[in-house]
Design a protein around this ligand. Structure first.
Ligand code: G16
Ligand code: MG
Length: 214
C-alpha cells in the first residue's frame, strides 16, 4: 500500500502550465512559428530544451546550440516575468487541501517537477513547507518522460517506487510515473492521458484515502 504521494507542479497545483504556453507561444511567434493549445499538450511536463526542440522542429528550424540556448533563456525570461506576480491566490482550488490531506493520512509528500523554477514557484505559492522532498529538472540527468525525477523523489522520501503514487496532468509525466513503477493518477481529459491508472478532472477531486487500506 501507499506510503507517499508525489505531486507534479505545473498544471496540478497551479496553472503555470498556462504561463509556459503563453511564453512559448510568444517566442514561437517571434520566430514565425505558430503553436496552439493542442500542440502545447506535447510540451507539458517536457523540460525547457526539449520543449524548444519540439517547437523548432514543428517550425522547420534548426539553429545551433548557442542560438537555442539564447532562445530558451528568452522564453524563461517571459515565464519568470509572469510568475513573479504569483502568490497563494494562484494555487488551483483544492491544491493546498490535497497536500494537507495527504499529510494527515500519514503519507510522505513529494514534489516532482521538470521545472527549474519549481523551488521559486512553491515559495511564491506558500506551499514549500508542505513537502518532505522536492526534486526538479536540475537535480537529475533526464527529464520526463524518463522516470528519473519520480525515482529521485521516492528515494528522497525514503520509500520504494511501488509504495508511491504520482499525480500528473501531462502525458510525459504519466509516462515518467509508469516508467518509475508507480501508480499514476492523471488530472485532466482521459483522451489526453490514456495511460493513467485513474483519471480525475481536477486536484479538488483527489481522494487519496480511497487507495489506502481501511
Ligand atoms: C514544467 C512544465 C513544462 C516546462 C518544464 C520546464 O514541468 O510542465 O511545460 O517546460 O516544467 O520548466 P522550466 O523552463 O521552468 O525549467 P512540470 O513537471 O512541473 O509539469
Ligand atoms: Mg505538469
Amino acid at each position: 500500500h501507499f506510503r507517499a504521494a508525489i505531486f507534479d507542479l505545473d498544471g496540478v497545483l497551479t496553472d503555470s502550465a498556462e504561463e509556459h504556453f503563453l511564453a512559448w507561444q510568444r517566442l514561437a511567434a517571434e520566430l514565425g512559428i505558430s503553436i496552439d493549445r493542442a500542440f502545447n499538450e506535447r510540451l507539458k511536463g517536457v523540460d525547457r530544451m526539449g520543449s524548444l526542440d519540439l517547437i523548432l522542429r514543428h517550425g522547420g528550424l534548426d539553429p545551433d546550440l548557442a542560438e537555442r540556448q539564447r532562445l530558451a533563456a528568452r522564453k524563461n525570461g517571459y515565464y519568470r516575468e509572469a510568475i513573479e506576480a504569483y502568490g497563494p491566490h494562484r494555487l488551483l482550488p483544492g491544491a493546498r487541501r490535497a497536500l494537507v490531506a495527504a499529510r494527515q493520512l500519514g503519507l510522505k509528500v513529494g514534489l516532482a517537477s521538470s521545472s527549474r523554477n519549481a523551488r521559486f514557484l512553491i515559495e511564491r505559492l506558500g506551499i514549500a513547507s508542505l513537502f518532505d522532498a522536492v526534486v526538479d529538472g536540475s537535480d537529475v540527468a533526464r527529464g520526463k518522460p524518463a522516470p528519473d525525477i519520480f525515482l529521485a523523489a521516492a528515494k528522497a522520501l525514503g520509500v520504494e517506487p511501488d509504495e508511491a503514487v504520482g499525480i500528473e496532468d501531462a502525458a510525459a509525466g504519466i509516462a515518467a510515473i509508469r516508467a518509475a513503477g508507480m501508480r499514476a493518477i492523471g488530472i485532466g481529459d482521459p483522451t489526453d492521458l490514456p495511460d493513467a491508472d485513474i483519471i480525475i478532472s481536477t486536484i479538488a477531486r483527489l481522494r487519496l484515502e480511497r487507495y489506502l487500506p481501511a
